[in-house]
Design a binder for this molecule. Structure first.
Ligand code: PMV
Length: 347
């Protein structure tokens, strides 16, 4: 007799933060609000099968990443699933078979936790609906909530377009618990924005984002940072609505450099930028001065540089990348992305 099983599969993207989440409180709640847009080309493709197993006690998970059993990921995911038991009690008597692949090169240094945990949370919520036989009107909020428990920034990946996570008086309905979509206020110039990710350095980061967040707890500038994060969220919401590209550049680049300045000034200082990161930033500033085009950069918690620009200026920017920036990329690798439409359910 074959066991009863439920299956779901989602393709879910990564996102790039414009106002950064760096520092947390309580149960993975952000110390300040953040705003991101979802990418169109950097996805995790994840399927989850929940196989009924009455004899099971506790969580049981088998995970294949890029077709290879991955025990390190199993441990991480098990820790996450323990926390999710309150919402998905069936995890105690269903064996989970998880298969996941990424569309972006493995260990390219692109944050994969956002796409991975958003895809996994969406699969869990879909299986939960199948088991209950009802559709949940708050499906995406719930998925965002559980994605957040896996990795904070993942909560902004369950929707397409532009998303805000964290409670702020500047936006009704905003919450620390889950992200909300803000596409209804976005000026058309931003809706087709491009993000070309220059891979300056592949591979594992010297300091994990978990450790990085923790360093904010005893950081001399933590309160100033959080106040700036709140202020920049307010300012960026206005700019995203008005379409003011010059102010957009000012806020987004300042957020990126502040993130790295916090790393350099933490009680245990560290530097994730590399010499090529700085060379690229200088090149971008020169290019902008010479051309008057609206090319800007942002950085994640790593050495790679995200080049952002309006679609209308993309031909000139891509020419600049090929002629002047590709030499700073490891093995000449860069990834072309744009604002994406969000996750897709494939099963
Ligand atoms: O989601 P985490 O814990 O990996 O933190 C992400 C932090 C940044 O990528 C640096 C900023 C952000 O808001 O995405």
């Amino acid at each position: 007799m074959s066991s009863i099983s439920y299956k779901s599969a989602w393709k879910s993207p990564s996102n790039i933060a414009l106002v950064k989440y760096w520092g947390k409180k309580g149960m993975q709640l952000p110390a300040n609000p953040s705003i991101s847009f979802t990418l169109d080309n950097a996805l995790s493709d994840t399927s989850v099968e929940a196989i009924a197993s009455e004899s099971q006690s506790g969580i049981s998970v088998e995970l294949y990443f890029e077709s290879q059993r991955n025990e390190a990921f199993e441990v991480k995911i098990k820790g996450f699933l323990e926390k999710a038991l309150s919402a998905f009690p069936w995890l105690n008597n269903h064996h989970l078979l998880i298969n996941s692949t990424n569309t972006f090169p493995h260990s390219s240094g692109i944050a994969s936790s956002a796409s991975a945990f958003s895809a996994l949370a969406l699969c869990l919520c879909s299986i939960d609906e199948q088991m209950k036989g009802i559709s949940d009107p708050a499906f995406f909020e719930k998925a965002s909530h559980w994605a957040r428990i896996g990795s904070g920034s993942a909560c902004r990946s369950v929707y397409g377009g532009f998303n805000l996570w964290g409670q702020t008086t500047a936006l009704n309905g905003s919450s620390d618990e889950y992200a909300v979509n803000i596409d209804d206020i976005i000026h058309p110039v931003f809706k087709t924005f491009k993000d070309t990710i220059l891979i300056i350095e592949k591979g594992k980061k010297a300091v994990s984002s978990t450790a990085g967040h923790a360093l904010l707890n005893a950081h001399p500038f933590a309160d100033i940072r959080y106040a700036s994060g709140f202020k920049n969220t307010e300012l960026l919401l206005e700019v995203l609505e008005s379409g003011d590209l010059d102010k957009f550049i000012q806020i987004v680049e300042s957020e990126a450099l502040m993130l790295h300045a916090l790393m350099m000034t933490s009680p245990t200082p560290f530097i994730l930028m590399k010499p090529h990161t700085l060379s690229v930033i200088e090149k971008i500033w020169d290019f902008r001065n010479q051309t008057g085009l609206h090319l800007l950069f942002t950085l994640d918690a790593g050495a790679n540089v995200h080049l952002l620009n309006p679609e209308s200026e993309n031909d000139r920017v891509q020419e600049f990348v090929k002629n002047e920036l590709v030499g700073y990329c490891q093995n000449g690798l860069y990834l072309c992305n744009a604002v994406g439409n969000g996750p897709i359910k494939t099963h």
